[in-house]
Structure formats: C-alpha cells, structure tokens
Write a protein that binds this ligand. Structure first.
Ligand code: PXP
Length: 242
C-alpha cells in the first residue's frame, strides 16, 4: 500500500509573505503526523524562499516519521544534508526563476555528480531518491549511480487535459514504475497531485510513496492541516488497496 509524505513548503511560504515567525512549518509537521502521514517533505532551496535552515534542523529533531529533504546537488546544500542527516533526500533540479520544481533531474547529464552525492549520502545513512521524468534513460542512470529510489514526476499527468492525454501519461508512469522496479528501485511519485486526480495514480500497483504539497496545504486553509492530510491519506489508502 502506498503512503503519503506531506510537502509543507507552502506553510513556510505564508510565513515568508510577512517575514515573520508564523505559521511555523514545525507545527504543520506535527499535525501531518497526527493525521497519520508517513513523512514530511521540505525543499531547502538555494534562495531560501520558503523553508530555511532552522526549519530543517528543527524538523529533524521533532519529526518522528520520515523526513524527506528535497534539494538540488549544489555543494552548500549537499553539506547541509550531510550535517542534518534527514532519513531521505530527493534530488531535484533547481532554477531560481521557477515557481516550483519544473522538470525532472537530468540524471544522465549529471551522472558523475549524482554518483558522488549518492556515495556521500550513503556514508551518512541517508536514502537517495531522484525526481525524474518516467523515462528509461533517467531510471537506468539513477539505478546505475546507486540511488535507492526514484520519484516519478506526475506533473505531466496532472497537466494533461484530454482523456487520451491522461491515458498516455498514466501509461508512461506505469511503464516507468515497472522499469524502475525491475531495476530494484523503490518507486515514489509526486507533483501536481490533487484530491481529484490521485485515484488513477494510486491504483498503479507498486508505488510506495507520494509527495504531495500544494493541494493539501490549499485545502488545509479551510479544514486544517490534520483534516486535509487525513482526507488525502484516505484516498490513497482506498485506491492503492492493502
Ligand atoms: N515532488 C517534488 C520533487 C516537488 O518538487 C514537489 C513540489 O515541491 C512535489 C513533489 C509536490 O508537488 P505539489 O506541491 O504540486 O503537490
């Protein structure tokens, strides 16, 4: 059965809108845990636009479930991960001008750096996942460089408008998942998933973890973080089966 990591970056985004100390992502993480989340995901961006170093340190101390640190492979960020030691990192590409992570990481192009980062993370006991398009080349490179998992980018599925396009994107995810499993990788999925589009993805057998942020935090504005998290867990559990 698949489980949910809640990406709480948007809680920090609201805080940063006034550069104050509320709402605190650490409080949000506790609410997610109380609702039964498997993990907490945060993206420590180089520009620190939402989550900052203090958040990651405190989350590492306070989160009892899995802490998944989303990050790029820039050296200062890699050093922070080595020092804080989250349970898992998810490697993403990062562009300063983007609103959110746009494409997947190019594991073929950055093979050498990826292998280095994987080695350093494993030395610290940290699991490594790569956020990639569901393409064979990217999956094979992730496996070859020693990654533990891949997070298949569901953004193209989420943005698909017609039934035919949705079907094609789902088929890509399914094929990517199979190929990743054949390569002994744990398979995660995320980006753009919502209460309305989660069902077909949750039904893909063998997906282990979902990383979902925007939709949950958006709903949390009206129903609270705990309830919004519980509602997403209910859907994932219902559709992924036991
Ligand atoms: N996975 C990765 C790698 C991401 O970069 C993000 C966005 O931060 C997510 C999942 C969550 O995406 P969303 O906020 O659209 O649910």
């Amino acid at each position: 059965m698949a489980v949910l990591n809640v990406n709480i970056d948007h809680v920090a985004t609201v805080r940063q809108a006034r550069r104050t100390d509320e709402p605190d992502p650490v409080w949000a993480a506790a609410q997610c845990e109380l609702a039964g989340a498997n993990g907490i995901t945060v993206h420590l961006r180089q520009d620190r636009r939402h989550i900052n170093d203090r958040d990651v340190r405190l989350l590492k101390e306070t989160v009892a479930c899995k802490l998944n640190l989303e990050m790029c492979m820039a050296e200062p960020i890699v050093k922070i991960a080595e020092e804080i030691r989250p349970e898992q990192i998810t490697l993403v590409p990062e562009k300063r001008a983007e609103l959110t992570t746009e494409g997947g990481l190019d594991c073929v192009k950055y093979k050498k750096r990826l292998a280095e980062v994987v080695k350093r993370m494993h030395k610290k006991g940290i699991l490594v996942s790569t956020f990639i398009a569901p393409e064979k080349g990217q999956i094979a490179a992730s496996a070859e460089m020693g990654c533990d998992a891949v997070e298949l980018h569901t953004g193209m599925y989420a943005n698909a408008k017609t039934p035919g396009a949705i079907k094609r994107r789902l088929a890509e995810l399914e094929a990517g998942k199979e190929f990743a499993m054949d390569n002994k990788l744990v398979v995660h999925a995320g980006h753009g998933l919502t209460y309305r589009n989660i069902a077909p993805v949750a039904q893909l057998k063998g997906l282990c973890e979902f990383n979902i942020g925007h939709s949950i935090i958006a709903r949390a504005v009206f129903v609270g973080v705990r309830e919004a998290t519980a509602q997403m867990i209910e859907l994932i559990t219902k559709f992924s089966g036991s």
